[in-house]
Each structure stands twice: as C-alpha cells, then as structure tokens.
Design a protein around this ligand. Structure first.
Ligand SMILES: CC(C)(COP(=O)(O)OP(=O)(O)OC[C@H]1O[C@@H](n2cnc3c(N)ncnc32)[C@H](O)[C@@H]1OP(=O)(O)O)[C@@H](O)C(=O)NCCC(=O)NCCS
Length: 322
C-alpha cells in the first residue's frame, strides 16, 4: 500500500480535492442538516444536546486541524466539487465529501463514507464520487479490502454499495453510534475485496510492423490471436464484396460474425472507463461524441491499445467473443 494521500481526482461531472479551508464552512452547513447527519455523523455524541458545541465558531478549530492534516499521505478524504456546468449557480460548488478511513489495525482494510448536499442528491453524484475514490484506493493506493456498513433503511447508501459491486455479508442490530440519532438500528454490512473489484486496466499494445494505425485490424488480431496480414487480407476481400472500405461497420461486423463475435446490448452514454465487463474478450467501438471513432480490444478487463486515451471515449457498440 502506498501512502500517497488524497490526490485530486477528476470525473465527468466532479472534481475531488483534499480538504481546504475555503469549503469547510459550507461542508459544516451541509453536515448540520438533520437528514445528512442522522445516519452519518458519529463524533462527539456527548455534545448532541448542546447546541453551542455545533456552532461554526466552536467547530472552526476542528475543521482547521482537519485541513492541517489534509495533505498527509495517510489521509484519504476528499471534498466533492461539482463542475460549474452542472451547478445551479453556474460556478463550481462544494456538494459533499467522500472518505476512506482506517477500519482497524490493518490499514489496508478501509471503511468508506459519503454525504451529499440534499439540493444535489438523487443525481448520481455520490455514486460517481464513490466509484472514483474506490478505483483510486484499489488501483493507486493499493488497499486490499473495503469493509463498511450503512443503516438498512438508508436506501441511497445501500444502493451505492450494491452498484459498486460490494457483497452484503450480513446485518447487525446495534445501539445507534450516530451523534443525533438514538435507539436501536439495523446495519447492513458490506465488503469488497481487491480481487472482486473489476475496474478496467490498461496495457500498451500495437503491432510494430504496421505502426500504430489501423485500430480495426489491430483489435481483431488481438482478440483472435491472428497475424496482421491474415486479418487485413480477409477484411479487404470482404470489403471488395461489399464495395466498401475495410474500416466500414458492415465489413468488420461481417468478419466478426464469421468469427463468432456478436454485438451485445449495454447501458448507453457510458465511457469506456466506466464499463463493467466480466472476464471475457470484448471489442468496443467508441467515439468522442464528435467525429473520432476508435476500436479497442478489452480482455479480462484490460484494454490493449497504443495508449490509454481511449478510456474517456464514449461507447458506441460492444461485441463479445463467444
Ligand atoms: C447516501 C447519499 C450520499 C446518496 O447521495 P446521492 O448523490 O443522492 O446518491 P446517488 O444519486 O448516487 O444515488 C445512488 C442510488 O440510490 C438511490 N437513492 C438515493 N437517495 C435515495 C433515497 N432517499 N431513497 C431511495 N433511493 C435513493 C438513487 O436513485 C440511486 O439508485 P439508482 O441508480 O438505482 O437510481 C445521500 O443521500 C446522503 O448524503 N445521505 C446522508 C449522509 C449519509 O447517510 N451517508 C451515508 C452513510 S453510510
């Protein structure tokens, strides 16, 4: 595990940054909303009924010490900023927080937490932030496991665990650990092991003798483990039959059919990096939402391409090798 701290993470709609003082007051305001803190805040339970403890004047010093430590390598806590094009004010806004804190003595096992400003809930922002944080924690920090829980009735939070592939390992009845919530609660417990986490990896791949061009031929070579000339000649023959170029969709689709590679359906408007594929061989046709189209092989969740720029392209079609 590498103690590299909370580096900036950018997603399609969000930027996750280590805590700084400029957004802490707004985060405190969000956290003071009962629907946000009810099943989230676990600090200073003894002060629950002491309103003066929770004023900004009194809280500011805690937030200052949090910010003082924000860039330490062993701190994994991000303020979530919504890019200006998605905010109501049309300026970048802080909308919540995600974190991956220690869970016990083994620092490679982390607990995770998140909250989002109610104004911006229900738009997929928590899922987007959590996924990018979890990718970072597994792929870059190198943790081994996430072990976490949510109140069973906290449907939004439980759904995030489930959408990100966590396994529900059980339920636990316990006295509320939450500052502003008393009584007995049922917690749903979730785990995700490094081995079970499927995010898309990348390995450099191109055919030296033919430079870095011809993504269609290159992709088919990789998926079918064939020589460049063989694939190219067959595509050219089919192209002549169809009176088309070997790059045309009708030509490579015919070639794929002959080789038992078939189109599958998928959720539209998804980027390559967000694909949740199982361990099999796939061909992905993707584009930049303008006029650049590209084809890549993804085998066992590894992209084989000349560089990894393609992870930000949008998926047009997916074909699976049977
Ligand atoms: C939990 C929380 C972070 C979710 O934030 P969010 O940005 O609304 O989450 P998303 O939009 O990514 O939604 C995730 C899923 O939960 C669903 N969801 C979110 N809030 C929900 C609610 N109140 N009731 C039912 N479903 C809900 C969404 O529809 C989505 O499911 P879908 O993809 O099937 O449509 C937010 O409600 C929150 O801040 N709660 C208070 C703090 C908290 O409890 N944190 C978690 C402690 S474990």
């Amino acid at each position: 595990m590498k103690l590299i701290g909370s580096k900036v993470i950018e997603t399609e709609r969000l930027v996750l940054r280590p805590s700084s003082m400029k957004e802490q007051k707004r985060l405190w305001e969000i956290l003071m909303i009962p629907d946000v803190n009810k099943w989230y805040l676990t600090s200073a339970k003894k002060h629950a009924n002491n309103p003066s403890h929770w004023t900004w004047d009194n809280q500011e010093k805690f937030y200052k010490s949090k910010v003082d430590n924000a860039n330490n390598g062993d701190v994994f806590c991000w303020s979530i900023f919504l890019k200006k094009e998605y905010t109501n004010s049309k300026k970048e806004e802080v909308i919540g927080q995600v974190s991956a804190q220690e869970e016990g003595e083994d620092i490679t096992i982390r607990d995770v937490g998140w909250f989002i400003d109610p104004i911006y809930q229900g738009k997929g922002y928590a899922t987007e932030a959590a996924k990018s944080m979890i990718d970072y924690m597994f792929n870059e920090v190198g943790i081994n496991k996430i072990s976490s829980s949510a109140v069973k009735d906290n449907i939004g939070s439980c759904k995030i665990f489930e959408k990100l592939g966590f396994i529900k390992i059980g339920e636990e009845e316990k006295e509320s650990p939450y500052t502003f919530y008393d009584g007995t609660l049922t917690l749903s417990k979730y785990e995700l092991d490094k081995e079970d986490y499927s995010s898309i990896g990348y390995q450099e791949y191109y055919i030296e003798s033919n430079g870095k061009s011809n993504c269609v031929v290159r992709t088919l070579c990789k998926i079918l483990d064939k020589e460049y000339e063989e694939v190219y000649n067959e595509l050219t023959r089919l192209a002549n039959e169809e009176n088309a170029s070997y790059n045309d969709v009708c030509v490579f689709e015919k070639y794929m059919q002959k080789n038992n590679i078939h189109k599958i359906s998928f959720n539209e408007d998804i980027r390559v990096k967000d694909l949740g594929l199982d361990n099999a061989a796939y061909i992905v046709l993707c584009y930049d939402k303008k006029d650049y189209y590209h084809m890549i092989p993804i085998i066992n969740n590894i992209i084989y391409d000349k560089n990894n720029d393609c992870i930000n392209l949008y998926v047009v079609d997916i074909y699976k090798k049977h």
